[in-house]
Design a protein around this ligand. Structure first.
Ligand SMILES: Nc1ncnc2c1ncn2[C@@H]1O[C@H](COP(=O)(O)OP(=O)(O)OP(=O)(O)O)[C@@H](O)[C@H]1O
Ligand SMILES: [Mg+2]
Length: 264
């Protein structure tokens, strides 16, 4: 059984079909990418998956349960964590505090206990902090636990978002352009981190990314979207040579020109 099954998903904004009848599935432990030109509907797909938007049509089944109509917090608690295209951290909180926020989906404490600082809370808090520091190191952030998030360089903020997402102990991790704004060395390092997250933690990864070095290196399967529709899916090698994909990126006739160039 697939971990995530999306069928005939449609989401419109007024007259605009941001997602149009998209179907795909993701197996447990897979690393899959969603690519496509700007405005293709990739982020909208994540927003629909995580309950920010309700689809107009179609089904989303995660771990055997339908997610349609569920609230974002319920979806997070069911095991889906994400990062955002525009980094969303608590800018004035420390690195460790930001990671602790990611854990809250699973805290058993109720607010009264927290207020009274009962012994169970103190134990949970110490354990949570230990786990936060461990995650901080795991994503490659060292010695910055007490730094204010907004003072971190951009690449480190991206890593912090990943740590925060991992803090929720997800089964599925959604990453929206995590390598955006990174230099080649940084994006190579982050690609390794994604592979470790899957290999060591067994977390399934769905990745939106424009950086083709990252996409082609790490993806086992790629879905291509254009104008809200899935126009292709397959292995990196299949996608790289798909005429419709090349045309979506470079315009009509591009595939023909490319073909002429490579065969010339
Ligand atoms: N809340 C919204 N209200 C109205 N239109 C929206 C909304 N969110 C997205 N759109 C539109 O839906 C389409 C898909 O947008 P989306 O952000 O999903 O694209 P994307 O594939 O993530 O693009 P990019 O690569 O630039 O991030 C765009 O035309 C966008 O303007
Ligand atoms: Mg986007």
């Amino acid at each position: 059984m697939a971990l995530l099954e999306i069928s005939n998903l449609t989401k419109t904004f007024g007259g605009l079909k941001a997602i149009s009848g998209v179907t795909f599935s993701l197996a447990q432990g897979q690393i899959m990418s969603i690519i496509g030109p700007n405005g293709a509907g990739k982020t909208t797909l994540f927003n629909t998956l995580t309950g920010i938007y309700r689809p107009n049509k179609g089904a989303i089944v995660f771990n055997g349960k339908s997610l349609v109509g569920r609230r974002p917090d319920q979806i997070a608690a069911s095991g889906i964590a994400r990062t955002f295209q525009n980094i969303r951290l608590f800018p004035d909180m420390s690195v460790v505090e930001n990671i602790l926020v990611g854990m809250h989906v699973h805290f058993r404490q109720n607010p009264i206990q927290t207020l009274l600082r009962l012994p169970t809370f103190m134990r949970e808090e110490a354990e949570a902090e230990r786990k936060a520091v461990e995650l901080m190191h795991y994503v490659g952030l060292n010695g910055v636990g007490n730094e204010t998030a907004k003072n971190l360089p951009y690449g480190m903020q991206r890593r912090l978002e990943i740590a925060r997402a991992l803090a929720a102990d997800p089964k599925l991790l959604l990453l929206d352009e995590p390598a955006a704004g990174m230099n080649p060395q940084e994006s190579e390092e982050i690609t390794k981190l994604f592979r470790n997250i899957r290999d060591q933690k067994g977390i399934t990864i769905l990745l939106i990314e424009h950086d083709m070095r990252v996409v082609m290196k790490i993806s086992e399967h790629i879905c291509v979207m254009d104008y809200g529709e899935k126009i292709a899916e397959g292995s990196p090698a299949e996608i790289r040579s798909n005429t419709r994909v090349i045309e979506a990126y470079l315009g009509r006739g591009a595939a023909e020109e490319l073909h002429l160039e490579t065969s010339a």
